[in-house]
Design a protein around this ligand. Sequence first.
Ligand code: FES
Length: 209
Amino acid sequence: MSEAKDRPVSPPPTPCETCDMAHYLSRRDVLKSALAAGLVLPLVKIEISAAEEVKKVRPQSGDLFVFSLGERLGQVITLQDLPTGGPPLIAYPLDPLTRTVRDGSRLNQVLLLRLPQEDLTEQTRTVAAEGVVGYSAICPHTGCNVTGWKEDAKQLVCPCHASTFDPKDRARVASGPAPRPLAVLPLKLVDGKVTVAGAFSGRVGAEQK
Ligand code: FES
C-alpha cells in the first residue's frame, strides 16, 4: 500500500460551505453592502428633499391651518379659536393628507382674523368663511411680518414702516408706504375647521428690486 493511500482523507465539504453565501446574508448585511456601494444614501436624500419641498409649497386648496407659535404650536385652528373682532392669529397651512406643516417658507405665514360678516365689503365676503378672512402675513413694502393690530380701527399694522391694511376690504392699504394690499387667501369652513379654498390672489412678499 502506498503512503498516499494511508494519508487521512479530508471530509467532504458540508452543505453550508457549498451553498451560495448570499443566501445567508442578513438584512443588515445587505443594507451595509448597499450603503457601502452608495445606493441607499441617495434614496434617503431624495426622500428628505421631497419632504422639504412639500413644506415650501404655497397653501393648497383643502389645507387646514395650525398655530405657528405659542402653547398651541402645531394644533389645528378651528372657528372657535378665532374671537369675533380680532385679534388676528398667525398660522401655517397644514397638508391634511401627509400632516405636513408648510412652514418651510416664511411666505406661507397667514393672518387669520374673524370679523362680523356685516362689516366686510361684498368682495371680501366672497373670500371669507363665516367672517374669517385670510391674508399673507408678509408686508409688500420690504417684507416685514405684519404683526401689529389696531384694535379701535380693526386694522392690521406692519411694525417696520407703519403701513396699515384694512382686513374688512381685502387688506387694502389704509396708510403708509406699502405699494399694494396683502395677498388674499380664500377660505371655507369644513367640519368647523378653517380651510383653504384656493390659491393666494395677489403676489406674496415684497417688491423685487
Ligand atoms: S415693510 Fe411693512 S411698511 Fe415697510
